[in-house]
Design a protein. Structure first.
Lengths: 286, 252
């Protein structure tokens, strides 16, 4: 039961990550690889403010999200004002650079990370409580994005992705919209990071490596890019699959390699058989 | 009649090529100005300079007396510069109605804060714009197609939708880039009627067009351009009778 609940927490957090990344890369058409670092910013800010300033969990998590939003503006403001292409380059530098700093600072615990994050909730109900909070937050993330995309804001985003020049010439501020989408998506990743830190009570830089963005991107693509439910399906599938493998008893050195092979195989199969993902986007929003 | 757009000494070069050379022109309320000339004359570039897609090297552009040379593209649209594109540039994954709904000068729905904290105001604006879009589509006999994906429609209809989208901007300046290219039959008549109505309604209209009979029927005056320069200006009849024009257009 404990094991299943912890998987439920992890699934919910990855649903938040994949849905918010879908907002950025799918709906917004903004190519970035820095999603794991915003997850990390949320986790480290929440953990550090709880450890050093005794901040309660709720404001600590919110602060993590807020810092992620501010950090996102630091890279999107300069790069999106020039052209969208610069975002990819800046995001690579930001992801690698900031993680390197985290690995080397004393306050973040260096490569060993932070292992003294307060537990917040204690007792037998700890895991069920975290599971409930995570599921609710994941649902809120998915529904908020769905609600935004179905209204006038979503219409503007879709038009911008279809033809940015025509969109701008109609009087719409494309740069502003991109910066906001990037901030929203990054803030959601930051919130997920805060929950992650409080639940596991241990965070280390290797959990936020750039390879994580390949995993999140795979979730989005396999599930169905630019759809509400695609990233949800993708996240659950890609997290459940390796867990399922662990039930088949085989030597760990074989199982570890098999996971990587499975991810790659999955992406290859989808590229050829169903490039639109499991959940396909409607051709027209009516 | 007051000048809506007043251009003076406008110049632009791309590398060694002069695409706009000391352009001077005035667009007035109620007038339909025809812009004619061979391909590469700089007609579309002139539209790009007026609407703000391209920044000029020199010269002034006044919109209702206000200098807009350094005003950004999206702000010029909000100030009332509406335009269409030669190749339409419709939003291909969206319906006809949604194409129109993103086009008004003010669009509170593009701000997340307004969407979340002032949903009532956003909804009222949306309802208003939906009504305006339906009125425009009805004028063009396209109301029945409002919910169809734009890419499902034939070329002539898509051209009309390009115009309809520009008309969602109720500003004073309307720039139409080859509205008639590839348009025939019923759509042709609709286009003509609507453009005439818009001018009569008080807009200053400028049309880039190769279709001579359309220019003759519609335009109150015309400008002939070649190599980024204005060669001649005057009434459409005078221009069409000019020998310089025939020479530049068809070769001597």
């Amino acid at each position: 039961m404990e094991y299943l609940l912890s998987i439920l927490v992890l699934c919910s957090l990855y649903v938040m990550l994949s849905s918010s990344f879908n907002l950025i890369i799918g709906y917004g058409g903004l190519v970035s690889v820095a999603h794991p670092i915003f997850f990390a910013i949320g986790a480290y800010v929440a953990a550090l403010s709880a450890i050093h300033f005794g901040l309660p969990a709720v404001p600590a998590v919110l602060l993590g999200g807020a810092v992620a939003i501010v950090a996102s503006a630091a890279i999107s403001l300069p790069s999106l004002r020039v052209s969208g292409d610069y975002l990819l380059i800046t995001s690579i530098g930001f992801q690698l650079g900031l993680l390197q700093i985290i690995k080397n600072l004393e306050i973040t615990g260096g490569p060993g990370g932070l292992s003294n994050v307060p537990g917040t909730i204690t007792g037998a109900l700890r895991s069920p409580a975290f599971a409930a909070i995570s599921v609710l937050l994941a649902a809120a993330t998915v529904l908020l994005i769905r609600w935004l995309m179905r209204g006038p804001y979503g219409r503007a985003i879709t038009a911008m992705r279809d033809d940015e020049l025509a969109f701008t010439a109609l009087g719409r501020n494309a740069t502003h919209i991109k910066i906001v989408i990037f901030a929203l998506g990054s803030g959601m990743a930051g919130i997920a990071g805060g929950i992650y830190a409080f639940f596991y009570q241990y965070i280390s830089p290797e959990q936020f490596e750039i390879l994580q963005s390949a995993l999140i991107l795979t979730m989005v693509v396999v599930g169905g890019i630019s759809t509400t439910w695609g990233p949800v399906v993708g996240a659950v599938l890609l997290l459940a699959l390796p867990q399922a493998i662990t039930f088949i008893h085989m030597p760990p050195n074989v199982a570890g390699g098999l996971q990587g092979v499975l991810y790659t195989l999955l992406v290859l199969i989808f590229m050829f058989a169903r490039p639109q993902g499991i959940v396909s986007a409607p051709r027209t929003q009516l | 009649m007051s000048a809506v757009v007043q251009i003076d000494g406008l110049s632009k070069r791309f590398g060694g090529i002069v695409v706009a050379d000391d352009i001077e022109l005035t667009m007035k309320r109620g007038e339909i100005l025809g812009l004619i000339g061979p391909n590469g004359a700089g007609k579309t570039t002139l539209f790009n300079l007026i609407s703000g897609v391209v920044t000029p090297d020199a010269g002034t552009i006044l919109l209702n007396g206000e200098a807009i040379r350094n005003v950004k593209l999206f702000r010029r649209a909000r100030m009332g510069v509406a335009r269409t594109w030669q190749n339409m540039r419709l939003f291909s994954s969206m319906s006809v109605l949604d194409n129109l709904l993103v086009a008004p000068r003010s669009y509170p729905g593009e701000s997340v804060l307004q969407v979340i904290f002032a949903p009532g105001a956003v909804r009222r604006h949306e309802d208003e714009m939906r009504a305006r879009a339906h009125a425009i589509l009805t004028r063009m006999s396209l109301a029945a197609l409002a919910n169809r994906p734009v890419t499902d429609l034939p070329f002539g209809r898509q051209k009309l939708i390009g115009l309809a989208r520009a008309l969602m901007n109720d500003g004073d300046c309307l720039l139409l880039d080859e509205p008639m290219a590839g348009v025939e039959g019923e759509a042709y008549e609709t286009m003509k009627t609507v453009v005439r109505q818009e001018a009569a309604g008080g807009r200053a209209v400028c049309v880039v067009e190769h279709n001579v009979s359309f220019v003759k029927d519609l335009c109150t005056s015309a400008i002939f351009m070649a190599n980024g320069r204005i060669i001649e200006r005057g009434s459409v009849a005078d221009l069409l009778a000019s020998s310089t024009l025939a020479e530049l257009y068809f070769g001597s």
